[in-house]
Design a protein around this ligand. Structure first.
Ligand code: NAP
Length: 313
């Protein structure tokens, strides 16, 4: 039977901890899941170094290694993987319809685990300089800043981890934060404050990135809040670590969302449409941990299984 004619029991969107855990559970319960990996296979953990708080790894585990293990586990139970990004979704009736470009896929239940993407500063030349001095991933790009000076923007856990990691390479790391206290956990804050290579610019924002696509970044313009004057600050790289936005554009006007675009869930992982479940960061503005994503992925698979049992003969 051609693929366009078949209707899958369960399609899972996303291959981070939520999507892969949903796949492991759905495959073991014979829901024969098809998993569409998305634009960043393995999700955000593929851009981290050591994950120290995922239970079961007393000495910590590398993010990419953890995701490879989850994928292997999902494959072992029969999950079918499709590389690609869903470009269109039609959810108004069952079977639900999804397209990867012009390839149509249909399903009885859908688990959305599309995660969240890094927020940017929205400065005019930010994308032009992306990959040429502007980065959102110290693990990916830190190596290029050996003996250089870098700026990290943000005051959360991610910014502190990025700053700390960058000191392996950079000669100096300056954290620019818009308030005078951090949002990061006490443990990370202490680690960063004890690092002599890291300095802080409090109550300060980046108002411009200095550089061009040929030469890359050579500085930023900083403004101390409460002052109107700006300062040119020399640096070779700018790491943006100011949080994430949920990847929900596909589902606008189709599924209920909160004001920030996170999918709203009820009774565990049910979305506003029966048969569609959401797991992980796409529905979680609060916890956003690998383990909570995995937990909701498990819940979504169990709820999809129950839905299939009660809606198919
Ligand atoms: P976050 O906690 O939302 O922090 C974002 C930071 O960026 C905040 O300090 C915020 O400032 C600042 N910010 C937001 N928009 C900004 C803008 N337009 N300009 C300048 N600054 C801006 O995000 P996160 O650090 O990515 O962490 C997300 C979640 O993952 C959290 O729950 C965190 O605990 C978790 N996480 C955990 C670990 C770990 O446990 N090892 C590691 C990484 C992430 P304000 O403080 O003023 O709001």
């Amino acid at each position: 039977m051609p693929e366009t004619a078949s209707i899958h029991d369960t399609i899972i969107l996303g291959s981070g901890p939520a999507g892969l855990t949903a796949a492991i559970y759905a495959a073991r319960s014979s829901c024969c899941p098809l998993l569409i990996a998305g634009g960043q296979p393995g999700g955000q953990l593929t851009t981290t170094t050591k994950v120290d708080n995922f239970p079961g790894f007393a000495e910590g585990v590398d993010g990419p290694e953890l995701m490879q293990q989850m994928e292997a586990q999902a494959r072992r139970f029969g999950t079918r993987f499709v590389d690609g990004v869903v470009t269109r979704a039609e959810l108004s009736e069952t079977p639900f319809k999804l397209w990867i470009d012009d390839r149509l896929l249909r399903c009885r239940t859908l688990i959305i685990a599309t995660g969240a993407s890094p927020r940017m500063l929205n400065l005019p030349n930010e994308w032009e300089l992306y990959g040429r001095g502007v980065s959102v991933c110290a693990t990916c790009d830190g190596f290029f800043y050996r003996d250089k000076q870098v700026v990290v923007v943000g005051g959360g856990d991610t910014a502190m981890e990025e700053a700390s990691f960058l000191t392996r390479f950079a000669s100096k790391v300056t954290v620019v934060h818009r308030r005078d206290s951090l949002r990061a956990s006490a443990a990370l804050e202490q680690r960063v404050r004890e690092n002599e290579k890291i300095e802080f610019r409090w109550k300060t924002v980046v108002t411009a990135i200095l550089g061009d696509s040929q030469q890359g970044v050579h500085g930023v313009r900083l403004r101390h809040l409460g002052s109107t004057t700006e300062e040119e600050f020399r640096c070779d790289g700018l790491f943006v670590a100011i949080g994430h936005s949920p990847n929900t554009d596909l589902f606008k006007n189709q599924l209920e969302m909160d004001k920030d675009g996170y999918l709203v869930t009820h009774n565990g992982t049910e979305t506003s449409l029966p048969g569609i479940f959401a797991a992980g960061d796409v529905q979680d503005p609060h916890f956003r941990q690998a383990i909570t994503a995995a937990g909701t992925g498990c819940m979504a698979a169990l709820q999809a299984e129950r839905y299939l049992e009660s809606h198919t003969g």
